[in-house]
Design a protein around this ligand. Structure first.
Ligand code: HEC
Length: 337
């Protein structure tokens, strides 16, 4: 889905007042229950749906969507994915035009059949993701909690959070327990995998700077991807990215966007972060801070001749005006878990 469409769909969903949550259950540690409580606490009129029980979280529970008096504007599907198509079928019968399929770690409730059904019947569907998946890791996730409160605390803030996190840092949280932390030994493994990339990049930059900055440009341009490619073996991939790019090809991978946002939001944040991208892949990042030596090509006073060359190679360059200590970007790495 196009990212703006997705953002619109999320905003539209959160503007509704009456929301059903399918999949809430008596076993309280379900993601569905957490979502239910979060929405309830945020002032939404929420309705729990589960044919197997009559009350959950101290409220009445409805056996089906059609049993909800006066209906709902949208449905969060937090059931097993196999149950999702039936919930969508009920939506089509009742004319409910908005569906959010929850997804946290792993497969969540997203079913491709259910998504196709939604599209067929003009239901606005959010084949969702869980932000906890992106940000629960190393720091224990308080940024996430803050962010979630922002999302549900008011629409302006929700819009801001969306913009901040970018389209892909998508929503639905409240499912913290579903996002496992990346174990310390995997962090250490990622760190070790990344080290040669960092070393070789620095080495290449410094040696070529000796031959004049114009040469170093070719290092950044050609050697960086070569070094990354040479080290990307056995399912490991790595690269550099930034919030202010020189080369648009270095745009952050979707999973890294919220992490980049986290470093930007909190300038004091140091050290790596890691997340599960899916059940079998870990994403790892380390912040890159500008040191004085970087400023000859990324600083506020790049030599005119050099700047001209940079601008001719990178017409969309946004990677100047950095100062010592600024976040220049991230090293990122993905590897099998
Ligand atoms: C001689 C000029 C030069 C110097 C010095 C230099 N860079 Fe770059 N940098 C570049 C160029 C050119 C690119 C674009 C490379 C490409 O096409 O992938 C780049 C790209 C990057 C990127 C990738 C994201 C993006 O904007 O495309 C990062 C991160 C980065 N530089 C960080 C640094 C850091 C940190 C230092 C100092 C240690 C540094 N650079 C020093 C020229 C330079």
């Amino acid at each position: 889905m196009d990212s703006t469409l997705l953002e619109d769909a999320v905003r539209d969903f959160l503007e509704q007042k009456r929301i059903a949550v399918a999949g809430v259950s008596r076993s309280k540690d379900q993601a569905a229950n957490a979502i239910y409580k979060k929405l309830r606490a945020s002032g939404y009129r929420v309705f729990a749906v589960n044919p197997k029980t009559e009350s959950v979280e101290g409220d009445a529970c409805y056996p089906s969507l059609s049993a909800i008096p006066a209906g709902v504007d949208g449905v969060v599907i937090a059931t097993h994915p196999d149950a999702a198509p039936d919930v969508v079928r009920e939506c089509t019968e009742l004319g409910i035009g908005r569906v959010w399929m929850h997804r946290s770690f792993g497969r969540g409730s997203v079913s491709s059949e259910a998504v196709a059904l939604c599209r067929e019947h003009d239901i606005r569907v959010i084949p969702g993701a869980c932000p906890m998946m992106y940000c629960a890791p190393v720091d224990g996730g308080h940024r996430c909690m803050r962010w979630l409160l922002g999302v549900f605390g008011g629409l302006t803030k929700a819009a801001a959070a969306l913009l901040l996190l970018g389209s892909t840092g998508l929503l639905f949280g409240a499912c913290r327990q579903a996002a496992p932390e990346v174990p310390a030994e995997d962090l250490a493994r990622a760190q070790a995998e990344l080290l040669p990339f960092k070393e070789q990049m620095l080495d290449a930059l410094t040696t070529s700077l000796e031959a004049g900055p114009a040469n170093a440009i070719s290092v950044c341009r050609e050697r960086a991807p070569e070094i990354a490619a040479a080290l990307s073996v056995d399912g490991v991939e790595m690269g550099r990215t930034s919030h202010r790019l020189r080369n648009p090809k270095n745009a952050p991978p979707p999973w890294a966007e919220p992490l980049l946002a986290a470093y930007l939001e909190d300038p004091a944040r140091e050290g790596p972060m890691a997340v599960y991208i899916d059940e079998s892949t870990i994403g790892y990042v380390e912040p890159i801070r500008a040191v004085s030596f970087c400023l000859s090509c990324h600083g506020p006073a790049v030599e005119p001749e050099l700047l001209e060359e940079i601008r001719s190679l990178y017409p969309e360059d946004r990677a100047t005006e950095f100062r010592t200590g600024d976040l220049r970007g991230l090293f990122w790495l993905t590897m099998p878990s």
